[in-house]
Design a protein around this ligand. Structure first.
Ligand code: AMP
Length: 443
């Protein structure tokens, strides 16, 4: 298996990656980083969850790191990353900070919907990497508060979404501001004609990398939701963990106290577990993580922040004891299992207060999560309320067919409610049995 040294990354980046717990590069990183370091253009067909951000940020940081001390630093950005949304821009900005923490590279993120003053102030101090959404970027260019004439690396992320959102003219205007002599990277989850056309005009002899859509995290993982009363969650967890097929499980809770309570409950039930969260000392966290990695602890209970960067192989199950309130966190959590192409299962508990979270998650992953009803703590009232929330939402958004049609269909159709004989039936029931699994894709 390739490692980050073989990809030709400098020591400061290797250090940052190991601090983040990354053991080895993902396929898109293996395929792209060596070419990008050499300055090639790239056309990448890849979705979030493949590690595409690091695939372009790491070589970018490396290229922008001055090789000699006397290199003069410019105030204008030398790299521009264009993204369709503010959320994605922030996420990329965070990644740059993480990967570049041992380098002297300044970056900032600009987007609309907030006052521009702070953003302008940071720009005036000088930045190396600018992450931006198209509208605000053009605004600032038009006000002559920013120049792109020193950009050497130009990245368009999620180009298909960018065009879907009507940014094509903005992208064209922005591109005209950037020197023709540059390295250009274009990432897109899909390749409709409009994006292919854009790519032809932008890229020069690019390497082409496609990471199969089927291999995205959310699709590879068998996901299910169990409706349960809040007060029964701990008992439900105990029952579920009787299944010996759960060999190595990461259990996520929303709060540190929640994590402690779950760990205590497991201990009382003679289930060995470790716990990591922000209030635990670095030593205690490392010890728990080591026990989990070595296989001495079957269960690790964690909060999201503490689990950031955890990279443990062969996690068979991710259990969402609490559902996160944002879908990105859900995808990151469940992505801890099914690493390196392995199968994995994600089991989520959903109580009465978490129904909205489930709805947002399903919308985001464009798939309905299978409902597991046959367990001793099944809360019918939560499931019923979920159905009514969904039908309310359908009513509200009747003029917006995207996504809602199939959701409605699934919940209206009784068959789509999965009644499994037991919660570990996955081992007995062949996957892809279309009569029993109704993962309806939203188109
Ligand atoms: P992305 O596709 O860029 O949104 O990345 C998805 C997630 O994978 C992020 O949480 C990254 O922190 C994580 N990630 C990226 N590369 C690696 C790697 N080589 N090893 C472990 N995690 C990674």
């Amino acid at each position: 298996m390739a490692d980050f040294i073989e990809l030709g990354l400098i020591k400061q980046l290797q250090r940052a990656l190991s601090a983040e717990g990354y053991m080895s590069p993902t396929p898109i990183q293996v395929k792209s980083i060596p070419h990008l370091i050499k300055g090639r253009d790239l056309l990448g067909i890849a979705q979030t969850g493949t590690g595409k951000t690091a695939a372009f940020v790491l070589p970018m940081l490396q290229s922008l790191t001055p090789s000699s001390m006397d290199q003069k630093k410019s105030k204008n950005p030398r790299a521009l990353i264009l993204t369709p949304t503010r959320e994605l821009a922030i996420q990329i900005g965070d990644s740059i900070a993480i990967y570049g923490k041992f380098l002297d590279i300044d970056s900032t993120t600009i987007f609309g919907g907030v006052a521009q003053n702070k953003q302008v102030k940071v720009l005036k101090n000088g930045v190396d990497i600018l992450v931006a959404t198209p509208g605000r970027l053009l605004d600032l260019i038009n006000q002559k508060l920013l120049s792109l004439n020193e950009v050497q690396i130009y990245v368009l992320d999620e180009a298909d979404r960018m065009l879907d959102m009507g940014f094509i003219h903005d992208v064209q205007k922005i591109t005209k501001q950037i020197p023709a002599e540059r390295q250009t990277l274009l990432f897109s989850a899909t390749m409709p004609n409009t994006v292919a056309k854009l790519a032809v005009g932008l890229l020069a002899n690019p390497i082409k990398i496609e990471v199969a859509i089927q291999s995205t995290v959310a699709e590879r993982i068998d996901q299910r939701v169990l409706f349960v009363k809040k007060s029964n969650k701990r008992n439900l967890l105990g029952t579920i963990l009787e299944d010996k097929n759960i060999m190595r499980a990461l259990v996520f809770t929303r709060t540190k106290h929640g994590a402690n309570r779950v760990a205590k409950h497991l201990e009382q039930n003679n289930i060995q577990s470790g716990v990591i969260h922000g209030n635990k000392s670095q030593n205690a966290r490392q010890e728990a993580l080591k026990g989990f990695k070595d296989g001495k602890l079957r269960i690790l209970v964690a909060t999201d922040i503490a689990a950031r960067g955890i990279d443990v192989d062969n996690i068979t199950h991710v259990i969402n004891f609490d559902l996160p309130n944002d879908p990105e966190t859900y995808v990151h959590r469940i992505g801890r299992t099914a690493r390196a192409g392995a199968a994995g299962q994600a089991i989520s508990f959903c109580d009465e207060e978490e129904r909205e979270h489930l709805f947002a998650i399903e919308k985001s992953i464009r798939k309905l999560v299978d409902v597991e009803v046959d367990h001793p703590y099944h809360a019918q009232h939560v499931e019923d309320a979920t159905k009514s929330t969904i039908s309310q939402k359908n009513k509200k958004s009747a003029r917006k067919p995207h996504g809602d049609k199939s959701r409605k269909k699934s919940y209206r159709n009784k068959k789509s409610r999965i009644k499994r004989k037991s919660y570990h039936l996955q081992n007995k029931m062949p996957r892809g049995d279309s009569d029993k699994t109704h993962n309806i894709q939203v188109t």
